[in-house]
Design a protein around this ligand. Sequence first.
Ligand SMILES: Cc1cc2nc3c(=O)[nH]c(=O)nc-3n(C[C@H](O)[C@H](O)[C@H](O)COP(=O)(O)OP(=O)(O)OC[C@H]3O[C@@H](n4cnc5c(N)ncnc54)[C@H](O)[C@@H]3O)c2cc1C
Length: 474
Amino acid sequence: MIETDYLVVGAGASGVAFADALVTEADVEVTLIDRRSTPGGHWSDAYPFVRLHTPSAYYGVNSLPLGRDRVDVVGENAGYYERATGTEVREYFAVAAERLAGTGQVRILAEREHVGQDVDGELVRDLRTGAVEQVVVRRKVVDARYLEASVPATHTPTFAVDARARVVPINDLPTVADSVSLYTLLGSGKTAVDACMWLLDNDVSPERIRWVRPREAWFHDRAHFQPLEQVGAIMQGISLDAEAGAQAEDLEDMLARLEESGRLVRIDPSQPATMYRSTMLSARELYALRRIDDVVRLGRVRRIEPDRIVLERGAVETGREVLHVDCTAGGLRDAPATPIFQPGRIVLQQVRHNSPTFNAALTGFIEARHDGDTDKNRLCPPNPYPNSTDDWPRMTSRTWRTERRWLSDADLAAWVSQSRLNLLRALPEHLDEPPVQDAVKRYLTHVGTAIERLQQLSSLERAGEQHPSNQGMR
Ligand SMILES: Cc1cc2nc3c(=O)[nH]c(=O)nc-3n(C[C@H](O)[C@H](O)[C@H](O)COP(=O)(O)OP(=O)(O)OC[C@H]3O[C@@H](n4cnc5c(N)ncnc54)[C@H](O)[C@@H]3O)c2cc1C
């Protein structure tokens, strides 16, 4: 039998970042368990050419830098802060876990699955032996799997596949690509973008690629997510959000403003876009993706047969020589909001948007330094991941309201301002630069009105009200 103060279920980025922040602040004993054999969560099963889409500078755990804050000079990320490869992220979490274990406060148990509880404690199955162990938790069980990512290598596709059709997850693309003449990529999101970019970068001409996009997506311009010396760009992006939010007549008008300002982009501006998953593209990626003309917009794939693909709203011909690449895994999980701090339990969720590991560390800090779930939940309210543009007003206004609460707590505000996971941490050092001053001024001018306006838009969306102008967006 194991005894521990905290049992963290899930040793992905969130679980490890939470534990790191907690033990930095509190003399407690933490046990992290995961089904997987190594820490790092979904990164262990990522496709070989995956890399962070955000800079390494503000990803990972609070106590350990990831990368060296270099600005890339060549390639599609030239001029922007380095982004770790999948291998680098996995190695990083291995080191982070080792350091945690070295504190003597943290025990990491791989290949262990949380299977429930009985009257005496939590039940954890050792996946190597099948034995179920009891874990007595003195303080809290931390659910670090509530937002568990769904990735191509481990998800089950929602469409049927005829045995004679060639379908592979994106993970297999590099090993089979040599034998392929035509490709059909399935999926609208970042994974499909990565597959397209890998093919184009490997000299596959755009004419050999068909792209099945059930929904059109909005992406951020990566330029607005550059920290440290370029932090003004982040502030500028946030100020454009505030301006668009304050002035928006409705959701469609807000998106038009965000597109007009360059804050959001879509691959084909002639198509209405409804998908928004907080992902980003560089200008070079956008230019390359626009070279793919054969786009199928007939909804989700239902079935892949040897000679045709059956979709929600029709079918298209295909052939046995075509390789279908599955990029349809959901990625971020759309779990409903639930209080983060509950009696005997913490459920890790998004708080500030676009900052998953910051949020986990923030939750660990608040757990260590604050008393009472009411106060903790006030500072750390859940903010579900977005799925569509309908979620943008709620997500953005909730982030701003929560950030204001942090400022009212000196201890927390100091932690936020110094955290390496805070994408705005270098802002104070750049406040004398005129573009940064302009962005801060624009943000401060608009944020109050934007919060109110976005809350209105968000409740209209929830109530299902149809603005005549919204109808094209659905
Ligand atoms: C391809 C991809 C790229 C991304 N890139 C970025 C990026 O660049 N920047 C960024 O900020 N975010 C990015 N994200 C968002 C990403 O979700 C987070 O960065 C983070 O890695 C998620 O970690 P997690 O711990 O919440 O979830 P996961 O990585 O899914 O970890 C959850 C863990 O819980 C374990 N688990 C589940 N159930 C149990 C159980 N019953 N018992 C034991 N263990 C269990 C699972 O095995 C898993 O290891 C990306 C996401 C994806 C899918």
